[in-house]
Design a protein around this ligand. Structure first.
Ligand SMILES: [Zn+2]
Length: 311
């Protein structure tokens, strides 16, 4: 099931589907060491001083681009700057001579060339990453009367917006994410919709739904800090009872429609720790867990985070 939550948080503009690409390979995660096409190197400084790797090797819409910058010994004092188009992304140090930026891609974007620029210590690399088109399933929904139903309260919108804006420097996750509920996946990430025959251009399913039975355990897929606990009684009318976990470095998970909550704001949770139970609170027509994974404010496909992982 998909709740109206997915439609109220979008600010992205629909840019239309590009022509489907012929490549079909799924989420390769091998490191790509020579993706850059042009290089600007200051005179006298070896080209190896600023090495950049982008994974996955053949990204598709919905994937998270991981831009890893390897600095030479002694040059890591300067935090590199990473831009994609006209957006600047947060860069965090992940090891003594290594920095990283995570760039989300979504079904609302065009496939094709993504120019990424990395600047550090007076040096610059211009990369061109090819993001492939991915076919997302389409649902056709007929709404009769005022079935559009519940409207989010200003309170829940404010809390969720603040939650998605978190860019905590500390990295709390480690390795692949766990499945947050044992129920079967009922709706995958990225599903697009028509409402009464009209394409909802800003809508995509911003997460994965698990059809777990009512009350079945919901666990933290990765370590993090509980930074959002929202309850129907406080105004979480559409999201329902909600838990938000900050994994750090711009990566956050949100869990919706819970029937109970086992954590409180400020708690540090481990991967696998119980955080709540599956429910049908808020704008939901039956028990299910909606897990949304956001990277720098955009909902990304959790699948590559579950399998393989993003280190
Ligand atoms: Zn959902």
């Amino acid at each position: 099931m998909i709740t109206p939550v997915d439609t109220i948080t979008s600010k992205n503009k629909w840019q239309g589907f590009a022509v489907p690409r012929l490549t079909t390979r799924l989420g390769a995660t091998a490191l790509l060491t020579s993706i850059f096409t042009t290089t600007t190197v200051a005179w006298g400084i070896p080209a190896s001083a600023l090495q950049v790797q982008v994974t996955p090797l053949k990204p598709k819409l919905g994937d998270t681009l991981s831009v890893i910058i390897n600095m030479e010994n002694g040059s890591s004092a300067t935090v590199p700057k990473v831009t994609q188009g006209n957006k600047t992304y947060p860069v965090f140090q992940i090891s003594p001579n290594q920095y990283r930026a995570l760039i989300p891609t979504t079904p609302l974007q065009r496939s094709g060339e993504k120019p990424i620029r990395v600047m550090a210590g007076g040096k610059q690399r211009n990369l061109s990453v090819q993001v492939g088109w991915r076919k997302f399933p389409v649902q056709r929904i007929t709404l009769r009367g005022n079935k559009a139903g519940l409207r989010a309260t200003a309170y829940e919108l404010k809390r969720v917006k603040e939650f998605k804006a978190l860019r905590t420097p500390q990295k709390l996750w480690n390795g692949p994410f766990l499945r947050p509920n044992k129920g079967r996946v009922s709706t995958i990430y990225g599903v697009r919709r028509y409402y009464n025959g009209k394409f909802a251009k800003n809508y995509y399913h911003r997460g994965v739904d698990y059809a777990g039975w009512s009350g079945s355990p919901v666990i933290a897929p990765a370590a993090g800090r509980v930074v959002l606990v929202g309850k129907v009684s406080q105004g979480f009318r559409v999201h329902g009872n909600t838990v938000g976990v900050d994994h750090g470095q711009g990566v956050v998970s949100i869990f919706l429609h819970l029937n109970r909550i086992n954590v409180k704001e400020g708690d540090i949770v481990k991967a696998g720790q119980l955080i709540g139970g599956v429910g049908s609170t808020g704008a939901s027509t039956g028990p299910h867990l909606h897990w949304g994974l956001y990277v720098n404010g955009q909902s990304v496909n959790p699948v590559p985070w579950r399998f393989g992982g993003i280190k």
